[in-house]
Design a protein around this ligand. Structure first.
Ligand SMILES: *Cc1c(COP(=O)(O)O)cnc(C)c1O
Length: 476
């Protein structure tokens, strides 16, 4: 006896079902340009769990009717909110194969998955010009930059313990004393990571920024480190700061951190991609001197969610924090055991979409995408400056443009900026998100999708000018 919902029946029809799914996915992707960028949807009402399933075909039908119309075009060319990448073609194929093959990449001895994960991290190290292996960096895939920042906090917590003769991971944080953590413009996920690691979200000692910038002032760091009596000091630097795309002088910061014997963590969630282009060499100098580095695959590598990268020179400390040993995990396989380097125990084969991307497009393909995004940001910034009633609130940084609608008052007018932003997003032409810099509310546009073209930039500029004209007030 079988009911419509049995897995065995679906299995018999898998060819047809996957074909239909492929068609839905293709229609979605090819329709991204026409789809409203931000979807209008309401929070769903609770629905009962079905007693009898409807089978995969029925579930697909329900997806088509109830879910598909309300999906965002965040994978498309005009989603410029936050920093969101799309999915490149090779990564999409890789991701489908991840689900089909369903490998547990954390363990080894039965699959190439952990070995390919290790090799993919090496390739990424090469892409980012980081020395890998003996004396250099080792790493792991994470669910995102948040996860990588969390691993960083656990690694430098173990490092602080080592300096003070305490095994924090075995014995806890009592006795660790004060660890001084310095940062200028840390990402919110770094604060969360510090909370999760037991340092506390408020543990950061703020360091001054350069005039008119989000980036840390190295002289202020020098002073702050010099004034600190803490026995373990940590510096958190940012390559690619979220509101303005600004980057810190990592080479200068690394030299200062070294002088004070401090741990240096670099959050390069999107900014690390500057390292892929010779045009941005000057901007990203010194990252190789860090003790730990965060980056994201689901942002600028344009692999699907979720994918982050973590690199550290002290794999031993990361493993001290993350190690899991049990008789049932024993194997003779020489490939790394990734559950000893990550938060997760079992884990998705996240490396495969990244590996497919690197095989498909190579160093040049990635650099070209990164440079194109920055060129589009420059085109957009120029267009904003030339638009009546709109102005930049900071110089363009890498792939990010922060701007605002100028109204009569030059004071902080956050609610009015918010209304303007809502009106801009309302039509589904583009999706932008708010930002605040130097006490002024504004809007950010981040370019990190391989699909975006100059015509998208021009289309959005025209749209912004139209909406701006309806708001009145000062327009020169
Ligand atoms: C986006 C971002 C993060 C968090 O990344 P997730 O992928 O959302 O975990 C951390 N740091 C910086 C600088 C970012 O831009």
């Amino acid at each position: 006896m079988t009911t419509p919902g049995t897995m065995q029946q679906d299995w018999q029809q898998l060819a047809d079902l996957t074909e239909e799914t492929r068609r839905i996915a293709l229609d979605f992707l090819q329709g991204l340009d026409a789809r409203p960028v931000g979807a209008k949807h309401r929070a769903l009402a609770p629905a009962p769990l079905p007693e009898d399933g409807v089978g995969a075909a029925g579930a697909l039908q329900a997806f088509r009717a109830d879910v598909l119309p309300h999906l965002s075009a965040s994978a498309g060319p005009r989603f410029w909110g936050y920093v969101i990448g799309g999915t490149n073609p090779a990564a999409l194929l890789g991701d489908w194969l991840v689900s089909a093959a369903d490998q547990n990449a954390s363990i080894n001895g039965d699959s190439i998955a952990s070995s390919l994960t290790a090799r993919t991290l090496d390739l990424l190290g090469d892409l980012f010009r980081l020395p890998m292996g003996e004396g250099g960096f080792a790493g792991s895939f994470t669910a995102g930059a948040m996860g990588a920042n969390h691993l960083a906090a656990l690694t430098f917590r173990a490092w602080a313990g080592e300096r003070l003769g305490i095994d924090v991971d075995a014995d806890g944080m009592a006795g660790l004393g004060d660890v001084a953590i310095f940062a200028a413009s840390p990402h919110i996920t770094m604060l969360k990571a510090l909370g999760l690691a037991g340092f506390g979200r408020k543990s950061i000692i703020p360091v001054g920024t350069l005039p008119g910038r989000e980036a840390m002032d190295p002289a202020a760091l020098d002073q702050a480190l010099g004034a600190s009596q803490a026995r373990a000091k940590v510096v958190i630097a940012s390559l690619g700061i979220v509101t303005t795309g600004d980057s810190e002088d990592i080479a200068a910061i690394a030299a200062i951190a070294k002088r004070y014997d401090a741990w240096l963590h670099v959050d390069g969630a999107f900014g690390l991609f500057a390292r892929t282009s010779s045009r941005f060499n000057a901007l990203s100098k010194g990252v190789e001197l860090a003790d730990s580095i965060t980056s994201d695959g689901h942002k600028w590598l344009n692999v699907p969610y979720d994918c982050g990268f973590y690199f550290t020179r002290r794999l031993d400390l990361l493993e001290r924090a993350a190690i899991m040993t049990a008789p049932y995990l024993a194997t003779d396989d020489p490939a790394p055991v990734f559950c000893n380097r990550t938060l997760e125990s079992s884990q998705r084969f996240r490396a495969l979409p990244a590996w497919m991307t690197l095989q498909a497009y190579g160093r040049k393909g990635i650099a070209e995408m990164v440079e194109r995004c920055c060129d589009l940001a420059a085109r957009f910034a120029k267009g904003i400056e030339a638009s009546p009633g709109l102005s930049l609130i900071a110089p363009q940084g890498l792939n990010i443009v922060a701007f605002r609608a100028d109204f009569d008052r030059d004071q902080d007018d956050a609610p009015r900026q918010r209304d303007f932003l809502n009106a801009v997003n309302e039509t589904g032409e583009v999706f932008l998100t708010p930002g605040r810099f130097a006490g002024r509310a504004g809007i950010r546009a981040a370019f990190s999708n391989w699909m975006t073209q100059e015509q998208d930039v021009d289309r959005v500029l025209a749209h912004l000018q139209r909406v701006r004209a309806t708001f009145g007030g000062k327009t020169t």
